[in-house]
Design a protein around this ligand. Structure first.
Ligand code: PEP
Ligand code: MG
Length: 551
């Protein structure tokens, strides 16, 4: 038996073949070829494969979302065969005696620039489509597997580490569990695994070897163990644990439809964190009472270019409408640090967690911010949308955000576009600075939501991405809990509500502390809702104490 010990970051026991993630090398190098005809044939084959994929996608889209939604893929198919585009690719190969990859890249860039320079906004938006089409042809030329997993059966995905953008682009239907050599429980990849309810282990180190590719493995996302060829005793233990898991799930089913209230009547709003409209199904399956954090940046991370106002509007509207009047807190773009997006062309920073990230990017790039705010306000006409700003440190930032919102609302008024004028505005409390000036901030907004992942990082000066800080990274530290209390007192004094949307919110051992502090809302991964509800309904708020705030 081989046992690899990592850190369990998303609970659950699974069994399946280990599959090592192949990071595709997509750098395009120009090479001189002697046989241009052979390159043309490679290009033709890649075009044919692209057409086939686009037909399947259009068909799937037509079945699931109707004819209108399928138009995008039909348009892409037209581009693949567009005479001028094909002519351009062919002439680059002929004139420069070069490889097909280089020709596709060149033609894609030329056509995208041509569309972007047009006067008509609709045509300008086609620049992103042509880039997408060129990328698809290139992937087919270079043998890049769509969804990253070349397997017919679901797998336990192994990797050195996974960036959030890589995780987002994986075909989730093929993943039973994750195991990574590096990474930490607070990384966005671990957070995504929890949101998807997939067991995950990180920090497995060098013991996780490429040689194990294809072997059947057993993973325990609670203990952080990964087994190959487990002995009888281990196997029995894992089976029992899995059965208990299924049993527990059944038991928790009885919590559906029940109120989130303690025995002495203290209500808690139990909401969910999501990263995309697809996650709403999990929110509904787990009876989440709202969405306390929609990480909108995942839309940007999954795209190859800036998502347009319409694309964002559709995503936000879909979530708002599906939640049917329940609150949906959408956080504005929070990129930077571990969430890097190539097309933002950000300068490399020595210390990106303390660099130009989150709200700082939006305030520095008003056009990017405006596009998102317009999409958010437009979506507010279709449900109970609330807007939340991340990484706030100063009152002036909030005032600037509010000015940007007012400007967008005035534009929509002029254009006669409906939106909710009373859309709630809130901020994340993720920095010690925001805790210290929470009284002033509370006067500016409708709610606070504490991002304990970052608040812990910045309060304790511990990198949340590092997996070797051990006991120094302690979200239970009295300083973090006292910060929570200070922010809560300031919120309540100003008459606004406060929640926690960081991972700490799902920590059942801290529920009595949250009740004693007076937290109004917990926003957690969908699978954490029912266990928390069961605990809340057993609790007596009046008897909860602040003892964990003592040093
Ligand atoms: C947090 O920092 O706690 C939070 C919820 O935001 P993110 O994890 O996306 O940085
Ligand atoms: Mg954060």
């Amino acid at each position: 038996m081989i046992m690899i010990q990592g850190k369990g970051v998303s609970k659950g026991v699974e069994k399946g073949p280990l599959y090592f993630f192949q990071r595709p090398d997509t750098t395009i190098v120009k090479t001189t070829v002697t046989d241009v005809e052979a390159e043309k044939a490679r290009l033709a084959a890649a075009q044919a494969a692209s057409m086939e994929q686009l037909e399947v996608l259009a068909e799937k889209c037509r079945e699931e979302a109707g004819d209108e939604a399928a138009v995008l893929f039909e348009t892409h198919a037209m581009f693949v065969e567009d005479e001028d585009f094909v002519e351009c690719m062919t002439s680059v190969m002929e004139e420069e005696s070069c490889n097909a990859e280089y020709a596709v890249e060149q033609a894609g860039e030329q056509f995208a620039a041509m569309f972007a320079a047009m006067d008509d906004a609709y045509m300008q938006a086609r620049a992103a489509d042509i880039k997408d089409v060129a990328r698809r042809i290139l992937d087919n030329l270079m043998g890049v597997v769509a969804g990253g997993i070349d397997s017919d059966v679901p797998v336990i995905l192994a990797a050195d580490d996974l960036a959030p953008s890589e995780t987002l682009q994986l075909d989730k239907s093929k993943i039973l569990a994750f195991v990574t050599q590096g990474g930490s429980g607070n990384s966005h990849t671990a957070i995504l695994a929890r949101t998807m309810g997939i067991p995950a282990v990180c920090g497995a180190g060098d013991a996780l070897k490429q040689d194990y590719n294809g072997r059947t493995a057993y993973i325990d996302g609670e203990t952080g163990e990964l087994f190959l060829d487990p002995d009888e005793i281990t196997l029995t233990g894992l089976k029992e644990k899995r059965e208990k898991q299924i049993e527990m799930k059944k038991l928790l089913e009885t919590m559906k439809g029940q109120e989130d209230v303690t025995l002495d009547g203290k209500k808690m709003m139990l909401y969910c964190n999501i990263g995309s409209p697809e996650d709403v199904a999990a929110v509904q399956n787990n009876d989440g009472q709202g969405i306390g954090l929609f990480r909108s940046e995942f839309l940007y991370l999954a795209a190859s270019d800036y998502p347009t106002e319409d694309e964002q509007f559709e995503a936000y509207k879909q979530v708002a409408a599906a939640m049917n009047g329940k609150r949906v807190v959408i956080r504005t773009l929070d990129i930077g640090a571990d969430k890097q997006v190539d097309y933002f062309d950000m300068k490399k920073e020595e210390n990106p967690a303390m660099g130009v990230r989150a709200i700082r990017i939006c305030l520095n790039r008003p056009e990017v911010f405006r596009t998102q705010l317009r999409a958010l306000y437009r979506a507010s006409a279709y449900g109970k949308v609330a807007i939340m700003f991340p990484m706030i440190t100063s009152v002036w930032e909030v005032k600037e955000c509010k000015r940007a919102c007012a400007k967008v609302m005035a534009e929509l008024d002029d254009e006669g576009i409906p939106y909710n004028k009373d859309t709630e505005l809130g901020i994340m409390i993720e920095t010690p600075a925001s805790v210290f000036v929470a009284d002033a901030l509370a006067k500016e907004v409708d709610f606070f939501s504490v991002g304990t992942n970052d608040l812990t990082q910045y309060t304790l000066a511990c990198d949340r991405q590092a997996n070797d800080l051990g006991k120094f990274f302690d979200p239970h530290h009295p300083a973090v809990l006292r910060a929570l209390k200070m922010a809560t007192d300031a919120a309540h004094k100003a008459g606004i509500w406060i929640g926690i949307c960081g991972e700490l919110g799902a920590d059942i051992s801290l529920l009595p502390t949250f009740l004693a502090i007076g937290i109004d809302e917990l926003s957690v991964s969908p699978t954490s809702v029912l266990p928390l509800r069961a605990e809340i309904r057993k609790s007596i708020a009046k008897t909860c104490t602040l003892e964990k705030l003592e040093c």
